[in-house]
Design a protein around this ligand. Structure first.
Ligand SMILES: Nc1ncnc2c1ncn2[C@@H]1O[C@H](COP(=O)(O)OP(=O)(O)OP(=O)(O)O)[C@@H](O)[C@H]1O
Ligand SMILES: Nc1nc2c(c(=O)[nH]1)N=C(CO)CN2
Length: 197
């Protein structure tokens, strides 16, 4: 349309700036790292269901899926809970961190996760391990995840899918792992999670 068309109203510069900012967000997806854990029900099916649900999220693409690990429950008395299956996925998303957390909670609800005790058994846990290089101590969404750097069940699969990864503010994943070891984290080469198509 010609700029001399008298029916066209000028667009305020503030609106132009907002639209430009939204365009940049849409064309500039962010990297995030998600940890998945399950120690109740059909653990493999549940992990795959959570991965598929992430991929079905508008504005989110799953880019890499780690091998499956069977891991001893962390943070509880030995022998009081079933072992976990854990995996890490790398995603790209145009969602802001708060929306990604909401989506994670919705997926937990879809798998009927019950929250009654801290670190209690669960069908699925969806944790946001990192979102770009964001560092935040907001208790509602702490970034990176406040305990990721001390959990081999997160660092081992994360290192598989991104050997160069860094935990923002804490150092290289590979270095943290070398210092901590991999006790209680066993790869299950007989099992596989699919990267959604
Ligand atoms: N990076 C994060 N990822 C997921 N939840 C987070 C994060 N930071 C803070 N939270 C908050 O933690 C709350 C409790 O999360 P959740 O019930 O999954 O804890 P948990 O899995 O039992 O333990 P942990 O946090 O040690 O993994 C969530 O409701 C959420 O608001
Ligand atoms: N092995 C293992 N232990 C845990 C896990 C988990 O995913 N794997 N999640 C917890 C709370 O998020 C507490 N303990």
């Amino acid at each position: 349309m010609s700029s001399s068309d008298p029916t066209v109203q000028p667009v305020p510069i503030s609106v132009v700036e907002q639209v430009d900012a939204a365009d940049v967000t849409l064309s500039n997806p962010k990297r995030a790292v998600i940890s998945l854990g399950s120690n109740l029900g059909n653990r493999l099916e549940i992990l795959q269901g959570a991965i598929d649900a992430l991929e079905d999220t508008p504005g989110l693409r799953v880019k890499a899926v780690s091998p499956v690990y069977e891991t001893d429950p962390w943070g509880v008395e030995p022998g009081t809970q079933a072992t976990y299956f854990n995996a890490v996925v790398l995603i790209k998303t145009t969602l802001p961190p708060s929306s990604l957390l909401e989506r994670g909670h919705a997926i937990e609800e879809a798998f009927e996760r019950v929250r009654d005790e801290r670190w209690g058994p669960r069908t699925i846990d969806v944790d946001i391990v990192a979102y770009q290089d964001v560092v935040s101590d907001d208790p509602h969404l702490t970034l990176p995840h406040p305990r990721a750097h001390e959990r081999a069940f997160v660092l081992v699969p994360w290192n598989d899918v991104d050997p160069q990864a860094e935990v923002p503010g804490r150092g290289a994943v590979a270095g943290l792992l070398a210092a901590m070891g991999q006790e209680g984290v066993r790869v299950r080469t007989d099992l596989e999670l699919r990267l959604p198509e």
